[in-house]
Design a protein around this ligand. Structure first.
Ligand code: G3I
Length: 453
């Protein structure tokens, strides 16, 4: 192989320097001879922004926009529209409509060949004929409370858009379990849970029970329990048996255990249930529920399942033990996410772990924060469209699941100001599908668009 010495390298560098210095207008030394049209940006109901790359020695560009991919027709004003920059904002278009664009460069007064063709569909303005439950082939759920199901404004939208409900708080242990009487028997308060069950029955809705055992809803009596571990376990068995039995044939599915795994480490959360019942507390709780009602669907439910693989794998280890004993039917991914994460691919990868186990998949508590970083003070159009894109990603992933694995996709609240997020975090946020006036947001459109693809 020929040896190159310092002199050869020195000459080569000089030639490169000369070539660069000869190029005009700071053009790349050898740029593309045909422009590349990029994906459309800022896609709205009424238009989009077309963008493209430069060509070597290009002085202008010709833009074609059409409703037909063969460009047999052109949008008014967009047949070889001459543009000197690298983008064009196309407006006053029809919503939910396919458009196509391509460009040519002008070099020394001559048009280059056409670029690639970019297809773009304007966002949907949903008409009243399109409802979430009407477009989906799975249950579309919403988290509700006794106050809100009794409110006519909430009730109207619940009935129009949803065919499944989850009690946001009314069916948790702290809502039902009110202590022990002198004989050591559990004191139950069914007021709030019955209100939710009655509403589901009155409206023919699927009812997902949430949640029999959760470390964040432990009654004081159990949190400070002074009896033996065996007595603690007996009380938990009595509670699960009584609740599941009471709602047999009315509750369609239960989150039996919620959030048993720590973030990051994937270790078992050191809850009072683990301390008193042992590391196999989940298996015991699922067995109590299965014995009480062999028909109701039993779920494990947790968050960060699509973004924390260590946590997901630890949860799946618990689930695999339950599968081995035929004690579980499904897995709830809560889906408390943000406009900019997780990616669609991360959600697909995580959901595949459930499909491979033949489990029902419940996206159980979807909300999409747009201000987790507290970097906006109002709900900008840009954030709203990004939120809509993320909702569309989530629904597309869910809708692509095998039919045998679909159960429900539930939204964790109706309108933005109903959301727990506003109570939990100091900054404003707009995480749901409807605004404070019960109006559909672009996020709602994203849900529908996903089901129409
Ligand atoms: O009902 C009382 C009211 O009487 C009292 O005046 C008020 C002020 O303290 O508190 C009210 O209870 C609150 C309850 O929501 C009803 O609004 C609790 O303090 C509050 O902690 C509770 O927050 C709920 C949280 O779970 C804890 O249970 C949120 O609404 C609910 O959205 C949230 O949901 C959880 C899921 O169950 C599990 N996955 C995570 C998700 C978000 O944390």
């Amino acid at each position: 192989m020929k040896k190159y010495n310092f002199k050869h390298i020195y000459v080569a560098v000089l030639c490169l320097f000369f070539a660069v210095s000869c190029s005009e207008d700071n053009d790349p030394v050898i740029g593309p001879l045909v422009p590349k049209a990029n994906e459309a940006q800022d896609v709205k109901t009424t238009g989009f922004t077309a963008t493209w790359g430069r060509v070597f020695r290009g002085t202008a560009y010709q833009l074609d926009v059409s409703e037909t991919s063969d460009f047999s027709t052109f949008l008014d004003g967009y047949n070889s529209k001459e543009i000197t920059s690298f983008l064009a904002v196309i407006e006053e278009l029809d919503d939910n409509t396919n458009y196509y664009y391509r460009v040519r460069g002008i070099v020394d007064g001559v048009a280059t060949p056409n670029s690639n063709v970019v297809a773009v569909k304007t966002r949907l303005i949903p008409g009243d004929d399109l409802t979430l439950k009407g477009e989906a082939d799975f249950f579309v759920g919403v988290a509700v409370s006794p106050e809100r199901v009794a409110d006519p404004a909430h009730d109207e939208v619940y009935q129009r858009e949803f065919n499944s409900i989850t009690a946001e708080n009314a069916m948790k242990m702290r809502s039902i379990f009110k202590g022990l009487d002198a004989s050591g028997n559990i004191i139950y308060d069914w007021t709030e849970s019955d209100a939710i069950v009655d509403y589901a029955e009155d409206n023919g809705m699927n009812l997902h029970g949430h949640a029999l055992v959760w470390h964040e809803s432990v009654p004081d009596t159990l949190a400070n329990f002074g009896g033996s571990n065996a007595e603690f376990e007996s009380i938990v068995e009595d509670y699960i048996t009584t609740v599941v039995d009471r709602y047999e044939g009315k509750v369609d599915s239960w989150d039996v255990v919620n959030e048993a795994v720590e973030e990051g480490s994937g270790g078992l959360r050191a809850s009072v249930f683990v301390q008193k019942m042992g590391v196999d507390f989940a298996t015991k709780c699922f067995r109590f529920a299965r014995n009480a009602d062999p028909v109701v669907k039993l779920f494990y439910n947790d968050f960060n399942m699509t973004t924390d693989s260590a946590k997901r794998n630890a949860a799946l280890s618990i689930v695999d033990d339950l599968i081995a004993e035929d004690l579980i039917d499904g897995f709830g991914f809560q889906m408390h996410i943000s406009f900019n994460f997780p990616s669609k691919e991360e959600i697909e990868t995580a959901a595949a772990d459930l499909v491979s186990r033949n489990l029902l998949v419940h996206f159980s508590e979807l909300d999409v924060r747009v201000n987790a970083s507290a970097d906006i003070t109002e709900f900008t159009e840009e954030r709203s469209l990004a939120q809509s894109d993320k909702v569309r990603d989530v629904v597309e992933v869910y809708d692509a699941l095998p039919a045998a694995n679909k159960y429900a996709l539930s939204i964790w609240g109706l309108k933005d100001d109903d959301s727990w997020i506003l109570d939990r975090f100091p900054q404003d946020d707009w995480p749901l599908l409807f605004d404070e006036e019960f109006e559909k947001k672009p996020a709602f459109s994203g849900f529908i668009e996903a089901l129409q693809n």
